[in-house]
Write a protein that binds this ligand. Structure first.
Ligand SMILES: C[S@@+](CC[C@H](N)C(=O)[O-])C[C@H]1O[C@@H](n2cnc3c(N)ncnc32)[C@H](O)[C@@H]1O
Length: 208
């Protein structure tokens, strides 16, 4: 892309951001990003965060979901994980790790020392320029949680995960349905209309 086009695109993005009520509100309320409102809306709908919850936040950086979780679960335990670094959040332990690294799960088990109440994941793969590839790679992150991390949940535990309405959406939905009794999808108002992002909400593991 030519420099003048790049500058125009970045300026129009900045104007859009400053007109965005969720962006403005996140600054006012001291959240690190507008994504905080997605978790607030999800929790308002499904009511899964409690003051004593044990919460695993996957793909946590820069940390706004961890900030929301920390405000609510002030008597619980929160572990946040990301491949990028994250500034500290009150009452939250952070581990810089890749969820595909086999040692990550052991670190989580050693931190909680018991089954977890809630896994929240807003993980997204790095953008490549191809929306279809980005969607497949992000949905692979959701599948990895379903395949490898839900066994860390209590039987009546809850999983929230970002998912894209792409070509492999049905496969991920089938996988979720094979593991959980209740599977729902919800797109918060704070999720941009033009984004194919939605959130998976699952609760109560099936006994296999
Ligand atoms: C949309 S951001 C999360 C925003 C966060 N929920 C918040 O409110 O601040 C997605 C994050 O997923 C992380 N991520 C992507 N792949 C990952 C992986 N394999 N393991 C751990 N984190 C990953 C990225 O580094 C990025 O920080």
């Amino acid at each position: 892309m030519k420099k003048s086009k790049r500058v125009k695109k970045s300026n129009s993005w900045k104007i859009k951001q400053h007109r965005d009520p969720y962006f403005k509100n996140s600054k006012i309320q001291g959240y690190r990003s507008r994504a905080s409102f997605k978790l607030i809306e999800l929790n308002k709908k499904f009511k899964f965060l409690k003051n004593n919850s044990y919460i695993l936040d996957l793909g946590s950086a820069p940390g706004s979901w961890s900030q929301v979780a920390s405000k609510i679960a002030n008597k619980g335990k929160i572990l946040s994980i990301d491949i990028k670094r994250m500034e500290p959040v009150n009452n939250v332990c952070f581990v810089k790790s890749d969820i595909f690294n086999p040692s990550t799960k052991a670190k989580i088990e050693s931190f909680f020392q018991r089954k977890i109440d809630v896994i929240i994941s807003d993980m997204a793969a790095n953008t490549t320029g191809s929306k279809s590839l980005d969607s497949i790679r992000t949905n692979q992150l959701c599948s990895e949680i379903l395949n490898c991390y839900v066994e860390l949940l209590k039987q009546d535990g809850v999983l929230i995960s970002k998912l894209f309405m792409g070509e492999d959406f049905i496969e991920v939905k089938k996988l979720a349905n094979s593991l959980f009794k209740n599977v729902n999808f919800f797109k918060p108002d704070s999720s941009r209309n033009e984004s194919k992002e939605t959130y998976l909400h699952c609760n109560t593991l099936k006994t296999l």
